[in-house]
Ligand binder design. Structure first.
Ligand SMILES: *Cc1c(COP(=O)(O)O)cnc(C)c1O
Length: 512
């Protein structure tokens, strides 16, 4: 298998010259050979892309700078219709230059991999092309959403409650914030800031995802009132610091109302101590949210759930992104509430044109009024189908497998301690490390050496992108300069691929 050949997808002479006006739905036909031919060629291309992506000899990307890339692509939207043959070529070129995020050597993002069943689900979803706001137009998908979300709440450890799929974990966190404020100050919905007896403050760790802070900016608290609680050297929130900061803000007359714990931080994969934070949230009457967008998948694992997520059932709300560790296709993000009824009472606007109360069926199935969107994409089918393809047991083993591969990576890093420096023992599949080039081997590890190691990361990264053989992310944090942080969340990855990651970094960087 070689890379996408943009000229391979040839339509018959007759079909090639046609345009969109000659196929369904523009022609009034329910069976058109030309439509079928066009769609079959598109699916052939998509299947080729899946296959190429899984060929370890293939490059992950064919990198070009934006100005050069513009020249390689024909991106203009023309005045006149282009032919079906041209559309196929457009599709092929698009995939030719796309980064293959499902390639087994792509370790760059929290969402890696291409689960073929989940993808099939996304194809079906695209074809069904419906909106998720009412049972009226999405009966099957609404019922599926119910089943899948109920199952996820059961796994969290709740009976009852309520959930919704949101467009990303960031928006899921926003839903938690809104529900928390609504429970404490139900008049806010009608009266706005007038309903508040003072300034609200929220608390999250300095390692948490920026979407938590964004809630404070978006919802009128101001980021000054999102208090960043210090974390320990492993990136876990320090509970005594949380309590100290709550008391400090209370002494200023402010109103602590929301505490977020992160289960799997984005950069280093740390799990905040849930039970200790739950105790403090209870003591000060705060809503307790857990952002498990990244680490939530481990709720499925018998082997790794504890102690990382012990106490999760004490939360008032939990964000959990199946599109990350569980490998569902983008996007698939969920937010769960222990208490039923809050989502609807917080967000309902009762639009009369959509959510009539005199409908034919039980309108509690019209989920659209629980959200701040109107239309909602169907993100459940791909997860439902994927879940059925593995069973809960299979999903559990899938999570264990990702963690075992991470343990393998850590062992290999330690075995090659001349070449690699492990920054900390990982709790999730994020592995933070430095590569040590030849000239720095044997030099004692101190702050000066860290600065040098930090400078090497962007050089190796640019070499990775130019050769196209590997992708691993790097970033600095507030404790250290640049370091590599690899992610294993693709089910395609094997121990050999993990070994390749390390040997390829070594190959690309030893002369530095
Ligand atoms: C990824 C992530 C988010 C944001 O999720 P999106 O789906 O990208 O919006 C929030 N919190 C944590 C901990 C994350 O890792």
């Amino acid at each position: 298998m070689t890379s996408i050949n943009v000229d391979k997808y040839k339509l018959s002479d007759k079909t090639a010259r046609l345009t969109a006006k000659d196929i369904i739905p523009m022609i009034q036909s329910s069976d058109s050979a030309e439509t079928r031919e066009f769609l079959q060629k598109v699916s052939e291309l998509l299947i080729d892309y899946v296959n190429i992506q899984n060929d370890r000899k293939e490059k992950i990307l064919d990198f070009h700078h934006p100005e050069d890339m513009k020249k390689l692509l024909k991106l203009d939207v023309p005045a006149e219709a282009v032919t079906l043959q041209q559309l196929l070529k457009d599709c092929a070129i698009t995939l030719k230059y796309q980064v293959k995020t499902g390639h087994p050597h792509f370790f760059n993002q929290l969402s890696c991999g291409l689960d073929v069943v989940s993808m099939a689900g996304e194809w079906l979803t695209a074809t069904a092309n419906t909106n998720m706001f009412t049972y009226e137009i999405a009966p099957v998908f609404i019922l599926m959403e119910n089943v899948v979300l109920t199952k996820m709440r059961e796994i969290i450890g709740w009976n009852g409650g309520d959930s919704i799929l949101a467009p990303g974990g960031s928006i899921a966190n926003l839903y938690a914030f809104l529900a928390a404020r609504h429970r404490m100050f139900p008049d806010y919905k009608e009266h706005g800031a007038r309903a508040l007896p003072g300034e609200l403050v929220m608390f999250t760790s300095d390692q948490s995802h920026y979407s938590i802070k964004s809630c404070a900016a978006v919802c009128g608290l101001g980021t000054d009132n999102c208090v960043m609680v210090p974390s320990d050297e492993n990136g876990r929130m320090i509970p005594t610091e949380l309590e100290r900061l709550i008391l400090e803000r209370k002494s200023r007359g402010q109103i602590p109302f929301f505490v977020n714990a992160t289960a799997g931080t984005t950069v280093i994969g740390a799990f905040d101590p849930i039970n200790a934070i739950a105790d403090i949230s209870e003591k000060y009457n705060c809503w307790f949210h857990i952002d498990a967008a990244w680490g939530g998948g481990l709720l499925l694992s018998k082997k790794y759930r504890h102690p990382r997520l012990s106490g999760v059932e004490r939360a008032d709300s939990v964000t959990w992104n199946p599109h990350k560790l569980m490998g569902a296709l983008l996007q698939c993000s969920t937010i769960h509430f222990k208490q039923d009824g809050l989502l609807i009472s917080c967000n309902q606007m009762s639009a009369e044109y959509l959510f009539m109360t005199d409908k034919l069926y039980d309108i509690s199935y019209d989920t659209g009024d629980k959200v701040i969107q109107c239309g909602r994409h169907n993100d459940v089918f791909k997860l439902w189908l994927q879940w059925r393809s593995k069973g809960t047991e299979g999903f559990s083993k899938h999570m264990d497998h990702l963690m075992e591969l991470t343990e393998h990576q850590v062992r290999r890093i330690k075995q090659q301690s001349d070449k690699f420096h492990l920054i900390m023992e990982p709790e999730c599949t994020n592995v933070s490390f430095w590569y040590i080039p030849r000239r720095l081997r044997g030099v004692p590890h101190d702050a000066r050496k860290e600065q040098e190691l930090g400078k090497i990361c962007p050089i190796i990264k640019s070499r990775m992108m130019q050769t196209g053989t590997l992708m691993v992310a790097y970033q600095p944090d507030d404790r250290r300069p640049n370091f590599f942080r690899s992610i294993i969340s693709s089910i395609a990855v094997t121990e050999a691929d993990v070994d390749f990651m390390l040997s390829e970094i070594d190959r690309l960087g030893q002369d530095l």
